[in-house]
Design a protein around this ligand. Sequence first.
Ligand SMILES: C[S@@+](CC[C@H](N)C(=O)[O-])C[C@H]1O[C@@H](n2cnc3c(N)ncnc32)[C@H](O)[C@@H]1O
Length: 304
Amino acid sequence: MNPDGPEITDLLIDVDPDTMQRRPVSKQAVLRALERDGMRWGARVARSLPERDGHLDEAQIDALFVRVHAEMQRLWEEFLQGDRMRQLLVPLLGALRERGHEGTVRIVDVGCGLGYLVRWLTACGDLGAGVHLVGCDYNRALIEAASRYAKDEGLSCDFRVANAFTLEEPATVFISTGVLHHFRGEGLVEFFAQQRHAAAFLHLDIKPSYLAPLGSLLFHVARMREPVSQHDGTQSAVRAHPGTRLLDAARRGAGGLEITLFDGDVEAVPILRTMLGVVGMRADLREPFVRRLGPNAARLGDGA
Ligand SMILES: C[S@@+](CC[C@H](N)C(=O)[O-])C[C@H]1O[C@@H](n2cnc3c(N)ncnc32)[C@H](O)[C@@H]1O
C-alpha cells in the first residue's frame, strides 16, 4: 500500500468548506485517483460503488458513510477512545479553571463523524458543570445520525454541519479522533494554524509503527464487514503520521501554544499503545495541567 495514497472515503464526498455546499463526484475521477496512486485494492473496492448518471449516488454513499462510521465507532469502543480523551480533558479543564477561565468551556470535536467521542464524553466524561460539547462535520448524513443518537440517549451535546474552525462562537478547546492523518503536508500545518487562538487542543490518532499496518489489516478484516472499512482502516495505519511530523506541523502552525505528544515514545514492541496524542495549550496552562495528570504525566514528551 502507498503511504501517500488516499482512503476511499476521502474521495467520495466533496463539500465546499465555506458554503457547506455539496458537489457531485464522478466515479471515474475516484477510480482514476486511486489508480494513479497505485491503490489497486482501493480501486477494486471503488468499482462497485453505486452510480447514477456518471456520478456517485449521494443517498447510497451517505448510507455507506453511516455504516462505515458505525464500524469505526466499534473500534473506538474497543480502544477505550473516550476514556483516553477524558484522561487528558479532565486535567485540562481543571487547569483552565485554576488559571481563571470563567463561564462556559466550549469543546469542539473537529470532524466528529457519528459523534461517538462527544456523546461518550457527555454521558460518562465527568467533565463537570459549565462545559458545552459540540461536534462538527462537513458530512450532513453523519451529523443527522449523530444528532438522532444524542436525542435517543438523552444527551445535551450539539452537532453541526459546519467547519469547526469558523463557528460563530469559537472553541475554547479543540479535540478530535482519527482525523489528523487525513491532513497531509502543508494541509496539516494549516489544520493546526486554525487552532492557534484556542486555549488548547487535544488530538488523538492512530500511532504508526512497523506492526500497525499488519495489526490493522487483521483487525479490520476480522471485525469489519464493509469492504470500504477494511480498506480504509488498513490504509489509515499505513499513512498515520509519526509523532515527529505531527510535532513539527503543530509547532509550525500553532507555535504560540506549548505542544507535546502523549504516548509518543517509539516502542520496541509496538502493540500496547495504539494511539498517539498531540497536546497543545497556552503556556500558563501547562504547569497545572501536568500536575493534575498525575502518573499520566510520564506519557508526555517529544517522542523518540
Ligand atoms: C475520518 S472522519 C471522522 C472520524 C470521526 N472523528 C470518528 O472518530 O469516528 C474525518 C471527518 O472530518 C471532517 N472534517 C475535516 N475537516 C473538518 C472541519 N474543518 N470541520 C468539520 N469537519 C471536518 C470530514 O468531513 C470527515 O467526515
